[in-house]
Ligand binder design. Structure first.
Ligand code: FAD
Length: 381
């Protein structure tokens, strides 16, 4: 049976045909270089911008395509299956940061930042995590104090995607008392901001082309109007409102990765012979792939349901958490078993399954750990 995602359209088919060719020809050949230098070249962002692939669901008035989230989902799926190396940076800047600006920025801020993000000239980051605070976001210690018309920001963040490249960082900072009510999101431009310093581009076990950094704020500044939503104390609520989309984006990547792993492994095991026969003909191989193909299909149908709900504007936090934990758990299991079916070759850098194995692992951790997802789901019991 040929399954087609219900959110696909003929217009999107045409866009994807061109986009996939572009990814294969213009981006994929550079991926190894990006992995070595531990970041994606800025020129790749500009090329993605030319393709209209950076902020498709942002209105045309702000440089986007005025399309629905279906375009974002299609773009992330295609990147995951052709050049996954550039995906995490793009999802953070385009899928997350741009939408904070769109939803909570002033008209002037949207005009200033979104068209530049659409062109790939401005890269965004979001800085929530601190050395002492990850899952427990309410305990953020970084402060932003208003002095005259300027926020003065002090503190430290870590594990920040696009940390080396970001021109605009949404900083989760304490503007008031303890707990969630004291948090605000401050959009901070990094240029000409001497109190802001980028730390190490951290050494990770996977996602080698993605820059992930420590950030230091020692009297960094942002103008008063850069508090998103125009007033203090709304930060935690804004984070909670955006989380379903962020978690769905992770799930979209997970499904594409599962499908890719099953396809790559089916092709490999059909060619590779042992004991005089293709290893796909061993029942263990075929059953493993049959199970994983089934799970990938189930995951796709559920994620398609979530995509449709998001487009309709009613994807709730619990359902998005279900999608995030289950698909990423299945992604990790699938790439592990698919690597096993590659034998020793699966452990070699030259086969994509090995990279997929190390890249998959973070999916269960970032965007809220899978344990936190289960806490959220459990509250709905
Ligand atoms: C490659 C990468 C990119 C990242 N990008 C970003 C980014 O762009 N911006 C950003 O802000 N952050 C980013 N992060 C940080 C990421 O979101 C955090 O690592 C994650 O939220 C977990 O926080 P933590 O590492 O402090 O772990 P902790 O919160 O210390 O958790 C450790 C363990 O305890 C468990 N745990 C914690 N609380 C509970 C509980 N109540 N019940 C049960 N178990 C619990 C967790 O599930 C986990 O297994 C990134 C991390 C990585 C590795």
């Amino acid at each position: 049976m040929q399954y087609r995602s219900p959110w696909m359209t003929e217009e999107l088919d045409t866009f994807r045909d061109q986009f996939r060719k572009f990814l294969e020809k213009d981006l994929a050949p550079h991926a190894e270089k990006w992995r070595k230098q531990k970041m994606v070249d800025r020129s790749a962002w500009l090329k993605l911008g030319e393709m209209g692939a950076l902020v498709p669901s942002v209105p045309e008035a702000y440089g986007g395509l005025g399309a629905s989230f279906a375009y974002d989902a299609a773009i992330y799926e295609d990147m995951e299956s052709i050049v996954p190396d550039a995906l995490s940076g793009v999802t953070v800047s385009s899928g997350i940061v741009a939408h904070y600006i769109l939803n909570y920025g002033s008209e002037e801020q949207k005009q200033r930042w979104l068209p530049a993000m659409a062109r790939g000239e401005l890269i965004g980051g979001i800085a929530m995590t601190e050395p002492g605070t990850g899952s427990d976001l309410q305990s953020v210690r970084t402060t932003a104090k208003l002095e005259g018309d300027t926020y003065v920001i002090n503190g430290q963040k870590t594990f920040i995607t696009n940390g080396q490249n970001a021109d605009l960082i949404i900083v989760v900072a304490r503007t008031g008392g303890p707990g969630a009510k004291g948090l605000s999101l401050i959009a901070m431009e990094t240029k000409d901001n001497p109190g802001f310093k980028r730390g190490r581009n951290l050494d990770k076990i996977g996602l080698h082309a993605s820059d992930t950094s420590e950030l230091f704020f020692d009297n960094a500044t942002a103008p008063k109007e850069n508090v998103l939503g125009g007033e203090e104390g709304k930060g935690f609520a804004q984070l909670m409102q955006q989380l379903p989309q962020e978690r769905l984006i992770i799930a979209v990547g997970a499904v594409a990765a599962m499908e890719r792993a099953v396809k790559l492994t089916t092709d490999y095991t059909r060619e590779r012979k042992a004991f005089g026969q293709p290893i796909l003909d061993f029942q263990n191989t075929a059953f493993t792939l049959a199970e994983r193909k089934t799970e990938a299909f189930i995951a796709r149908v559920f994620v398609d349901f979530c995509i449709e709900r998001l487009i309709a504007g009613d994807l709730d936090a619990v359902t998005a958490s279900m999608a995030k934990w289950w698909t990423t758990q299945k992604q990790v299991e699938t790439v592990d078993e698919c690597l096993q079916l590659h034998g020793g070759y699966g452990y070699m850098q030259e086969y994509p399954i090995g990279r997929m194995f190390v890249d998959a692992r973070i999916q269960k951790i970032y965007g809220g750990t899978n344990e936190v997802m289960k806490l959220l789901i459990a509250r709905s019991l």
